[in-house]
Design a protein around this ligand. Structure first.
Ligand SMILES: [Zn+2]
Length: 135
């Protein structure tokens, strides 16, 4: 296995410049240990976790348990975070980086409690969350 986020950054930048298009490079689980669609799910997981944190939503609630206004705020937050990070090498949803995604056992940037992870769903998608801010 060769390549990764760091080694492919220059290539992604060149492709973006040549095509005058946005190129999004993200890390994800690899096959064959993690078959499709784990790669796609992982690519979107960062903004799922970050938008849930920003809206203070428990990631274990079902969509039906969330009222329409909160769902709308969640979608708008996720869209704004994705838009704000297009074309950026380091994703950022809070000053200095991400709030929860990829920050297992580190202190929450808002309350200091350790960020937790768990696998969810049939695909074993990893969710990062703050047990205090998202309760
Ligand atoms: Zn917190």
């Amino acid at each position: 296995m060769i390549g990764g986020l760091d080694t492919d950054h220059t290539l992604c930048t060149m492709l973006s410049d040549a095509c005058q298009a946005v190129v999004i490079s993200v890390d994800y689980r690899l096959a064959p240990e993690h078959p499709f669609p784990a790669d796609v799910v992982d690519s979107l997981a960062a903004y799922q976790c970050e938008s849930l944190f920003a809206c203070g939503i428990d990631p274990f609630r079902t969509l039906g348990e969330i009222d329409a206004a909160t769902r709308r705020a969640l979608y708008e937050t996720a869209a704004a975070q994705l838009q704000a990070n297009l074309g950026r090498w380091r994703r950022e949803t809070l000053r200095g980086g991400l709030a929860v995604y990829g920050r297992e056992r580190q202190g929450c940037r808002e309350c200091g409690v350790g960020i937790r992870t768990t696998k969810q769903g049939g695909q074993g998608r990893i969710t990062w969350w703050c047990p205090r801010c998202q309760s």
